[in-house]
Design a protein around this ligand. Structure first.
Ligand code: MN
Length: 455
C-alpha cells in the first residue's frame, strides 16, 4: 500500500502499516462482513467509511450501531455465525469475548486494549507507540484500512475528520495520523480548512441562541436575549455571519470572549471559541455540523439515520437536522436548569442530578466547562435500570493539579460494589442506588487526597 505520509515526510510506523495491510487483505478475502460500531459520531463515521468501502469493493454487509459492547451483544453476534465480523470503535476492551466468535474477527479500536489475541486481528494505535486519545480515532483507523483497500476511499476523508472531531481530538491541534489525514485531504482538495468562530447558524442570533457548547449564560436557548446582546454590540441580529465585515467579526468575537470570561470559564475554554472550520468540498457541509448531526442521531436512538447521512442520503440529512434540533432543545433546557439551580457543592466535588439519564454525560461536561466552579470536578448522577449511573468531568488544570477521575471513580465504585473507570479528565461509574451517598463521599475524599488538600 501507499502509506499515509505524515508531517515531516515520515510514514506510519512500519509494524502499524503492515497490520493495516493485513486488515485490508482480510476484508478483501470475504464476500460478506458483519459490521458492529459504536453509536457516537466517531463510531458512526467509522461505520460510514467502512460501508462505503465495502460497497465499492462489492462486499455484502450488515451493520449494527450499538450503545455498548456487552456480553449479550457479543453472544448474539456469535450466534449469527457470520464468517467475518468487524468491530469499530470498540472491541479492544472485550477481546476475551471476541475470541469466542467462530469466524474471522477484525477490531479497529483506539481505546486502551487489554491484550493481543491470536484469533482477533486488532488494529489499535496503542500497540504501535501511538496515542488513541490524540493521534487517531476509530474513524481514522477505518479510513486507513479502507484506503489501503482502495485509494478511491480517500473520498471518505471528510468522514474520518468528522469522527476525530466527535472524539474531540481537534481541540489542541492535530497529531500524527490525524494530521496526516487532514493534510492529505487538503492536498487532494477534499476539504477546506480555515480558523474562525466555532459557532454555526443562519443568523447571528441563531449562532448564539442555538449554541450548546459553548454555552453562553443567559443567551443560549434564548433568542430574544441573544438578539438584544447583538444589538448592544451594534450588530444586526438577523445578519448572516458571512455578511459581517472584518470589524464586525472582530467585535462579535471580543464580545463573546468577554461573555465567557465573565461567566468564569477557563482561558483554555475561552480560546476554544475560535478554531478550525473544516468544510467538505463535495457538498460544502461543515464537519462540525456533521459531527453534531451524527451525535444527535446516536443520542436520540436513530443511529441508522446517521449512517445513511454518512452515505450521502439527503432524506437522512433532513431527519438528522430535526433530531439535532430536538436533542439541542433538550440539552438547552437541562442546562438552563443547571444555570438556575447550580450544583450540590461538596468539599472537593460538585454534583448534578439531571432528570434525563441519556443526557447526563453531556450535561456534566458542558456544565463543568461553562457553568460551574472550575476548582472542583463535576459528577452527574442519574438512576436507570435499578442502579445509579455516574458521569464525571474535570478540567485540564484540575488534572494538572492531580485529579484523576479514572482512579477515583474506579476505586470508589469498587468499594461500594459497583464498577467504574475511564480517563483522568472524564470517567464513569455504575453503583448500587443504596450506596449512592457513600460513593459520593468516597469520591469527594479521594479527590481531596489527589489535590493534596486532605479529606
Ligand atoms: Mn471513538
Amino acid at each position: 500500500m501507499k502509506g499515509l505520509i505524515m508531517k515531516g515526510g515520515a510514514v506510519l510506523p512500519k509494524d502499524f502499516n503492515s497490520i493495516i495491510s493485513e486488515a485490508a487483505e482480510l476484508i478483501r478475502s470475504h464476500s460478506f462482513a458483519r459490521v458492529i460500531s459504536h453509536y457516537d459520531a466517531d463510531g458512526i463515521s467509522a461505520a460510514g467509511i467502512m460501508i462505503a468501502s465495502l460497497k465499492r469493493a462489492g462486499i455484502e454487509y450488515q451493520a449494527t450501531i450499538s450503545r455498548s459492547l456487552d456480553r449479550a451483544t457479543v453472544e448474539s453476534i456469535a450466534d449469527e455465525g457470520s464468517d467475518f465480523v468487524i468491530f469499530l470503535d470498540m472491541g479492544s476492551g472485550q477481546i476475551e469475548w471476541l475470541d469466542e466468535i467462530r469466524g474471522d474477527v477484525l477490531v479497529l479500536d483506539h481505546h486502551r486494549t487489554v491484550r493481543k489475541s491470536d484469533k482477533v486481528l486488532q488494529v489499535n494505535p496503542h500497540f504501535h507507540g501511538l496515542d488513541g486519545m490524540k493521534d487517531v480515532s476509530a474513524s481514522g483507523l477505518s479510513f486507513l484500512v479502507c484506503t489501503a483497500l482502495d485509494d478511491k476511499n480517500w473520498a471518505s476523508a471528510p468522514l474520518a475528520i468528522t469522527g476525530l472531531f466527535g472524539d474531540m481530538q481537534n481541540l489542541h491541534g492535530y497529531s500524527k495520523i490525524n494530521a496526516g489525514i487532514i493534510e492529505g485531504a487538503i492536498e487532494r482538495k477534499l476539504i477546506a480548512k480555515e480558523t474562525d468562530l466555532r459557532l454555526s447558524g443562519n443568523s447571528l442570533t441563531e449562532m448564539i441562541s442555538s449554541s450548546v457548547s459553548p454555552y453562553f449564560r443567559q443567551l443560549s436557548g434564548r433568542d430574544d436575549a441573544a438578539a438584544e446582546f447583538l444589538r448592544s454590540a451594534d450588530l444586526d441580529e438577523s445578519a448572516a455571519y458571512g455578511d459581517l465585515k472584518e470589524g464586525g467579526r472582530r467585535r462579535l468575537m471580543s464580545m463573546l470572549t468577554l461573555r465567557l470570561l465573565g461567566q468564569g470559564c477557563s482561558k483554555e475554554t475561552v480560546l476554544e471559541l475560535s478554531g478550525d472550520i473544516v468544510t467538505a468540498s463535495a457538498n460544502s457541509m461543515r464537519i462540525d455540523d456533521l459531527t453534531e448531526l451524527l451525535n444527535a442521531c446516536g443520542r436520540t436512538d436513530h443511529p441508522g439515520i446517521g449512517l445513511a447521512l454518512c452515505l450521502g442520503d439527503l432524506d437522512a440529512l433532513r431527519e438528522a437536522t430535526r433530531f439535532r434540533k430536538d436533542y439541542d432543545r433538550m440539552l438547552l433546557s437541562a442546562l438552563g436548569k443547571v444555570e438556575d439551580d447550580g450544583a450540590i457543592v461538596m468539599k472537593h466535588i460538585q454534583v448534578l442530578k439531571p432528570s434525563n439519564p441519556s443526557l447526563a454525560g453531556a450535561i456534566c461536561g458542558i456544565s463543568m466547562q461553562y457553568l460551574l466552579e472550575q476548582d472542583k470536578p463535576t459528577l452527574a448522577i442519574t438512576r436507570s435500570e435499578g442502579s445509579t449511573k455516574v458521569s464525571s468531568r474535570a478540567t485540564k488544570s484540575l488534572v494538572n493539579a492531580g485529579v484523576n477521575l479514572a482512579e477515583s471513580m474506579k476505586s470508589s465504585a469498587e468499594q461500594v460494589g459497583g464498577v467504574g473507570g475511564g480517563h483522568t479528565i472524564a470517567a464513569g461509574a455504575t453503583v448500587p442506588i443504596a450506596k449512592e451517598d457513600q460513593f459520593l463521599e468516597l469520591v469527594d475524599s479521594m479527590t481531596g487526597r489527589q489535590l493534596g488538600t486532605g479529606s
